[in-house]
Write a protein of this length. Structure first.
Length: 330
């Protein structure tokens, strides 16, 4: 038996409970992982609430995309991992089939990677959702290059801080937004070249000012909603807007600002890197592992909680006061 997080109904963090569940052997192409740390993501909070892109199977649903730990056992057909290997989990699963919020997790071998010895379990559990998501938007689809400005909205999230680091690692210029003045200094310390506070500053005016009136080559937007009309106005003609999150549930305007016709606009999901294309995933793994080894990439940990405090961890995440990643420890 092992402790695992389950929920029987949709709702707030209070629906999450920790219970003992039976531990099974891994099946073909599966690995059993002794979990040491778990990354907490907005996707899991939405899954728990019933607002995610797919619905949990109730009652008794598990959840969780990320984890780090030690391989306990491998199933038939697994040749890349052996018991004792230290690994972390990529978000390359469906939470209706696999889950990581537990002391022991069964995961497909494809969803595991050996992370550098230079990082610990907490950092490893905080890596793959954030960095694979940011990598895909900035490099695979955004094509950002050295000296080019990129706008990162909702920058205090784990994806936001990862995007700042990736932009800096290739010599791009990360311009970020945050709602309140309270996070300005912390974002500058996290590597942002410029910080725009949306509650007190005109986003378009500020972005154009720091880009000599030209706008950004790429904007990645975690907020969506009515604010998309503002974000598109910061993008230079021929540039791109990638919408990857929906923190603002209000409908996005359509058509958006008239200038959008000279810009590329698309939505993005992390699965475009982690599940849709093996070659893309391998490029992401190489890029992130290289950055972790060099120190150019270093997960920003906001706060850790014990597995038994999972409901409090979700409350903290949804309060939107964090900067970086929330992690559960086991």
């Amino acid at each position: 038996m092992a402790r695992a997080v389950r929920f029987d109904r949709l709702g707030g963090p209070e629906v999450l409970r920790v219970e003992d569940v039976a531990v099974r052997d891994p099946g073909p192409n599966e690995v059993r992982l002794r979990v040491e740390a778990i990354g907490v993501n907005r996707a899991e909070a939405n899954f728990r609430a019933g607002t995610y892109i797919y619905q949990p199977t109730l009652p008794g649903s598990g959840l969780g995309y990320e984890a780090a730990g030690v391989v306990e056992a491998v199933g038939d057909g697994v040749h890349d991992f052996t018991p004792g290997d230290v690994v972390s989990a990529l978000p390359a699963i469906l939470m209706t089939e696999f889950a990581t919020y537990a002391e022991t997790a069964i995961l497909p071998a494809r969803a595991l990677v050996r992370h550098p010895e230079t990082i610990d379990a907490v950092q490893a559990a905080a890596t793959w959702m954030a960095y694979s998501t940011a990598y895909g938007m900035l490099l695979e689809f955004g094509g950002i290059r050295p000296a080019e400005p990129v706008l990162i909205t909702g920058a205090s999230s784990s994806v936001g801080t990862a995007a700042i680091q990736i932009a800096n690692s290739i010599g791009a210029i990360p311009i970020v937004t945050t709602r309140s003045e309270a996070k300005r200094q912390r974002l500058l310390e996290a590597g942002a070249a410029h910080v725009v506070v949306t509650e007190s500053q005109d986003v378009v005016k500020e972005v154009l000012a720091v880009t000599n009136g030209e706008g950004v080559v790429l904007a990645i937007d975690a907020v969506a909603g009515a604010g998309v009309d503002t974000v598109i106005q910061t993008v230079a003609p021929g540039g791109s807007l990638v919408v990857y999150g929906w923190l603002d549930p209000t409908p996005m305007p359509f058509p958006i600002h008239p200038d959008f016709r000279a810009r590329n606009v698309r939505t993005y999901a992390f699965t475009e890197v982690t599940m849709a294309d093996d070659a893309r995933l391998e490029r992401a793994k190489r890029f992130v592992i290289s950055g972790l080894r060099s120190g150019a990439l270093a997960p920003v940990i906001d706060r850790t909680f014990d597995l038994a405090e999972v409901a409090e961890a979700h409350r903290h995440l949804e309060a939107n006061t964090q900067l970086g990643k929330v992690v559960l420890t086991v």
